[in-house]
Design a binder for this molecule. Structure first.
Ligand SMILES: Nc1ncnc2c1ncn2[C@@H]1O[C@H](COP(=O)(O)OP(=O)(O)OP(=O)(O)O)[C@@H](O)[C@H]1O
Ligand SMILES: [Mg+2]
Ligand SMILES: [Zn+2]
Length: 528
């Protein structure tokens, strides 16, 4: 039967454990001098050697011929522990034996002296999973352990342990294993397994594994299944870090504020059963890489990717300011959190991308900073001067005013003015309406359903909803719903407004000058 590499190559002596000298050297010294504690606590992130060291320690303290603190792995005790015939080393998985009864049994059993070995060793893995009752039972025995009993507790989540337990253990923190140590161990395993692994590929696997040797060996396993020399290309293919052109495409859409293409891309990915949560994580990673490329002189040490992708990052990062990237990362972070809360994945992702493509939809300071930064970049790049921007924005506004001026004399100042025409020239489109709808989706589902497809106009302190759905008027008459809209509007605009249906009132047209300026610059650039 095939055994996964990480199982097959679990170190059997301390000297083979990579990257944890502060743990292994101390333990070897304790074994050698016989100055053992009664309780050890091994903590640290996953796949860094906690269970491995617990198993080695259990053997080392019982070995008949230990070698410099390491177990010999050959005496009857060492072999008996390995094949399970020596029953004095007991491994308990607290994830499945977390009750107080399990620990009570353990306490009774611990009263008997070991059968064959010197110490009865209890390895309690994932110890943070014990119930409170079980912790209390464990505490009793940790307070007065029989001289021949030794506990080794292992956990990734040390903060979940009661301090009473912590204070009775000798604690060892397992570190992330440095990439060089991982690469070295990978080369060792590869040579034993006759796997052809280039040095570059080993380093790439090591960086991808992010400090966990188990993950590194699993990836080596996957790469070796291809049966060819393992190169960085093989690694990117196996780790799923290659062929991510859609991430570059999406970033292009965001840079060029092309919401239509971005939504189309999401549609395609969704149709190809791409997991939306994964997509958000990948996009976050992508923009993190763009940020690093922008800020760091030699980014290749901090980004795991092929040379071609590195080149693409270099090219693409010029399209974003740092503020923009930070804004994007914030939105993506919020979205990932929303997705975890179980909201509709596709819609949430689409909303996020829409926000990223149209920062003007958002009034949060990050989004505004981003808009200002984009403006500054365009001005600094010389594509446009302030003079230019103002000149081009001015005529467009004037054009409209002219239209108004031309039409006005012909229209009598009475109510038979076509309502729409009159209002378009007088009240301003309320650009934050989509944000209001987003809030209502959370706070007042019925009304948000009715408002699909609506728009809103604002003048002074009155917001007018324009929609073909006549039922809205009836809902607006109810304080519950009017109040919900009002507070959502207040949330995004900071203004308490009177809410009513769109009618023939006439007001002065107001526009967002910043928005205008950005739009003008965009059109200018497109013309170039
Ligand atoms: N420091 C290390 N040196 C050598 N190999 C290691 C090391 N850490 C992990 N490994 C490899 O990874 C496998 C899993 O390691 P181990 O079970 O000790 O991790 P762990 O820290 O207990 O992880 P978890 O928190 O997930 O239980 C081992 O069988 C071994 O192949
Ligand atoms: Mg473990
Ligand atoms: Zn031995």
């Amino acid at each position: 039967m095939y055994r996964a590499l990480y199982r097959k190559w679990r170190p059997t002596v301390f000297s083979d454990v990579s990257g944890q000298p502060h743990v292994t050297e101390t333990l070897m010294h304790e074994v050698e001098t016989g100055k053992l504690s009664h309780a050890y606590l091994f903590t640290g992130s996953r796949g860094t050697g906690k269970t491995t060291c617990a198993k080695i320690l259990a053997k080392a303290v019982n070995c008949l011929h230990p070698v410099g603190g390491n177990p010999c792995c050959e005496c009857e005790i060492c072999r008996g522990i390995d094949d399970g015939s020596v029953l004095d080393v007991i491994e308990i998985d607290a994830a499945s034996n977390n009750g107080v009864d399990n620990i009570r049994d353990l306490r009774e059993e611990a009263n008997f002296t070991p059968v064959r070995a010197k110490y009865r060793v209890y390895i309690i893995d994932e110890v943070h999973m014990l119930s409170i009752g079980a912790f209390n039972a464990l505490l009793k025995i940790l307070e007065e352990p029989p001289s021949y009993v030794l506990f080794i507790l292992a956990t990734t989540e040390v903060h979940k342990l009661p301090s009473t337990i912590l204070s009775r253990c000798q604690r060892f923190d397992f570190h992330h294993i440095p990439p060089e140590s991982i690469a070295e161990r990978l080369q060792y395993v590869a040579s034993q397994e006759k796997i052809d692994l280039t040095d570059e590929a080993a380093v790439m696997i090591a960086r991808y594994a992010d400090g966990a040797l188990r993950d590194a060996l699993s990836l080596l396993d996957r790469c070796s299944a291809k049966g060819e020399t393992i190169t960085p290309d093989v690694v990117s293919a196996c780790a799923g870090i290659a062929g991510k052109t859609y991430l570059f495409q999406m970033a292009d859409c965001i840079a060029s504020h092309n919401a239509a293409d971005a939504l189309r891309l999401i549609g395609d990915l969704h149709a190809a059963s791409c997991n939306m949560e994964r997509l958000c994580v990948e996009l976050t990673e992508h923009f993190r890489n763009l940020m690093v490329t922008k800020v760091v002189r030699d980014p290749q040490n901090l980004i795991i990717c092929s040379k071609e992708d590195m080149e693409s990052y270099r090219k693409q990062c010029g399209a974003f300011t740092l503020e923009t990237i930070l804004h994007i990362l914030t939105v993506l972070g919020d979205t990932t959190a929303n997705l975890k809360r179980g909201l509709d994945r596709k819609i949430e992702t689409e909303m996020a991308v829409l926000r990223l493509c149209t920062p003007s939809l958002s009034t949060d300071p990050d989004a505004i900073l981003r808009r200002v930064a984009e403006l500054e970049r365009k001005l600094a790049s010389g594509t446009v001067s302030i003079q230019n921007a103002v000149e081009t924005s001015a005529p467009i506004i004037e054009e409209k005013q002219e239209q108004v001026a031309q039409t006005q004399p012909q229209i009598p100042q009475t109510a038979d003015v076509p309502a729409e025409q009159a209002q378009q020239t007088t009240s301003a489109l309320f650009r934050l309406w989509p944000e209001v709808l987003l809030i209502l989706k959370e706070t007042s589902k019925p009304i948000s359903g009715l408002l699909v497809g609506s728009t809103a106009y604002v003048s002074d302190n009155t917001l007018r909803i324009k929609s073909n759905n006549a039922a809205i008027a009836q809902f607006l008459a109810l304080p519950l719903y009017a109040g919900a809209i009002q507070s959502a509007v207040e949330k995004v605009s900071g203004k308490k407004m009177h809410i009513e249906m769109y009618d023939t009132h006439t007001e002065e047209k107001k526009t967002d000058p910043l928005e205008n300026l950005i739009r003008k610059i965009d059109t200018l650039q497109q013309r170039k």
